[in-house]
Write a protein that binds this ligand. Sequence first.
Ligand code: 9MR
Length: 377
Amino acid sequence: MQKSFIKGIVIAVGGFVFLNCSSVNKVKSKSDVPSLKEAFKSDFFIGTALNTAQIEEKVPGAAVLVPKQFNAVTPENIMKAEVIHPEWNRYNFELSDKLVAYAKKNKIVVNAHTLIWHSQLPQFVRRIKDADSVRMFFNEHITTIASRYDGQVYSWDVVNEALNEDGTMRRSIFLDKLGDDFVVEAFRLAQKAAPNTKLYYNDYNIEQPKKRAGAIALIKKIQAAGVRIDGVGIQGHWHINHLPLKDIEESILEFSALGIDVMFTELDLSVLPNPRDIVGADVNQRAAYEAKLNPYTAGLPDSVQTQLAKSYEDVFRLFLKHKDKISRITFWGVDDGQSWLNGFPVRGRTNYPLLFDKEFKPKPAFYSVIALKSKGK
Ligand code: 9MR
């Protein structure tokens, strides 16, 4: 009787110890995954782009990961004109209000994207023929949206992708109907509507010399007009085989010499073969699917995984070198499964461009970035 009582206690205590150990282990293994936003908290914001399901917290993996890893979010699509302003007299603020509430709840800043962009325009704008109506849309769109979220969002990409690769102004409905000054005018309107929000110009490939010179001229023009511009976003859609480190460093120096913040706003590193050497993010550039363009459907080989980790390490080492000039690094997506690069420039591929895999697990690239801080490399 006594024996079995003691045995019972031993089992109970053993069970308690076992349970405790396993729950400690669980807690430990969770907290063992370091946090990007913690690691870089004295350097720059660490952001991610969120899609609709993630904003609505319908993706359990993202709902757990995002508040732990990131302190800045950019809406991947829901603040673009075709979603937020579908008809002349109708705005749809449902999802952007949700985003703002989600960010507030999780103490995350919102980098709103984007007020003026030639792409993803609503049908009614694409049908407009006369300049006065374009001007009316332009004024009302910027004023209504920017004032609604003033002080609620941290920043706006006021104008997105207004430049060609050679640094000249890209042809668009805005350039055609409003003329060269439309970028200055967009910032002027945004400044009036959103005095408490930072205002940025955002583009891809502006680390490249010719396009960079165009961006610098554009920013100087805004400044010369006495209009506020607080920063420039270099998107950062690059490839592990062509990481333009020298151009990136020169851009950080040249843009920050204009007295504005420099950000990397849509960072991802493609690992897939690049048909026709497409560089950047012009969504009109497409190529047809071929199996040889999609080699890693069954997983990423170790050698490529290592190359990805090394590329991320190299670029983050550069970011840290210039942390006094850089205010934010945002990844274009939370996990590989979400990335637009599974569909661009070839539809239906399996790409691996981010720090978390499609199961939301940190990849070797995540650890190589974190190690730059933990080992003080
Ligand atoms: O990631 C976005 C994708 O879901 C959209 O289909 C696409 C439509 O144009 O836009 C993507 O995001 C773009 C961003 O808004 C601006 N820079 C380039 C990004 C990748 O195309």
